[in-house]
Ligand binder design. Sequence first.
Ligand SMILES: C[S@@+](CC[C@H](N)C(=O)[O-])C[C@H]1O[C@@H](n2cnc3c(N)ncnc32)[C@H](O)[C@@H]1O
Length: 462
Amino acid sequence: MNQPEANPEFEALLDYLNRSRGCDLTGYKRSTLMRRFRQRMQNIKIDNYQSYLQYLQYHPQEYLDLLNEVLINVTSFFRDREAWGYLAAEILPKILASKQPDELIRVWSAGCAAGQEIYSLLILLAEALGIESCLKRVQCFATDADEAALQQARRGTYSDLEIASIPPNLLEKYFEQTEQGYVFHPKLHSTIIFGHHDLTQDAPMSKIDLLACRNVLMYFNPETQASILVRFHFALKNTGFLFLGKSETLINRRQIFTPINFQHRVYAKSLKLELEDHLSINPKSSKNQEIAPATTQSYFWQTAFETSPVAQLAVNLNGYLLGANEQANRLFGLTLDDWNRPFEELEPGKLLCSYTSMTKLYRNHRLVTLKNIEWNASQSIRYFDIAIAPVFNSKKQLLGIVLTFLDQTACKRLAAKVDLTNSELAKLSETLQATESKLDNIQMELESAHQEIQLLAQNTHH
Ligand SMILES: C[S@@+](CC[C@H](N)C(=O)[O-])C[C@H]1O[C@@H](n2cnc3c(N)ncnc32)[C@H](O)[C@@H]1O
């Protein structure tokens, strides 16, 4: 909720940032936000918001400095040690117990700052699973809205001061001391996907087992917090856990999360989401009714795409994989690492390109279906009809293509069986005809023998 005494000059400044930079800070608590802006303004000796707006217009670098000030990225390894102890002792064993021995474990640090949180999580998982198994089974996502912090997180190199909160045995096991600083275990590092993600705007990850979003929600107003929580609910598996910061209280009007341990701020999913929750995803939707249905619809279509029983993939105009649904991932063994890779290098791309070229596909501008495409899969030969549909924007410009793989293997096998049965039937019918004509001959022979016997009998009688 906005502060009642909203300052029009400050609101104009927020509006300017939103329009000129696409940076929407309206969901942040005004009190914190104004304090941070004033801090920044003091540094450059400006004392009112109007002049600061003008300054921003003429000094592009100032925008980055301001963001740095606003997106406070204070963090540390195992921040609030007891909470991490609880996580290791109580929550990780629950997650592991809910899994098959080889099943993936997906972890998301949302608002990861310079990365200490995701590396702390990964260390605990490696301790619980062993490094080898961790490498095979764990997939981590570390996201933040602050590019500079993300770059630091990606580097995974920390100073003496920064590593001070890591227990010495873990430091020795998971970090290498170099001239640049302490470098995190390179192999384990490769299990993390870092990405820019704005919690108030971007679609959430999915099928997450453990979501750490610590000391981030507290910067947002209640309306925005509620909408982020709905996204988190969507992101988590039903058996998943949410891990918040020590001093954060969950604004959870409909109780879509319930505390598992309030002291350490660990929550589980409770109620299912309803339409009203989806409508709250975009806080502005209550003010702008037109946005709401689009948000609900996009969730609806995203889920429909993910869970569709047929394999589907999207490829952009540059020939990179934009996304794949569950069936496609399973069929072609794709993982999130394959997103944004050249489609031609991936299994379904190789298959398609052995029949046609991507350039041809883009040129079509209409739905094309390639029939009976043979795929030499690892264990058997499979057949697909591949439908290739172009996707356009509202100005009718081509954005990419969507490929649908209809598995025709069963039909093909059935058709082959029918062919075989038909040819067997044809052979049988030939044999039958031959037998029939033989029977005719025998019949004729029998008849002539019968006539001869009758003649013979007549002659004997005379
Ligand atoms: C105080 S730090 C918390 C870091 C870490 N989670 C921890 O608890 O130690 C807050 C982080 O939230 C990030 N953040 C702020 N607004 C965000 C948004 N809209 N989307 C994603 N991250 C955001 C900031 O960039 C910053 O890195």
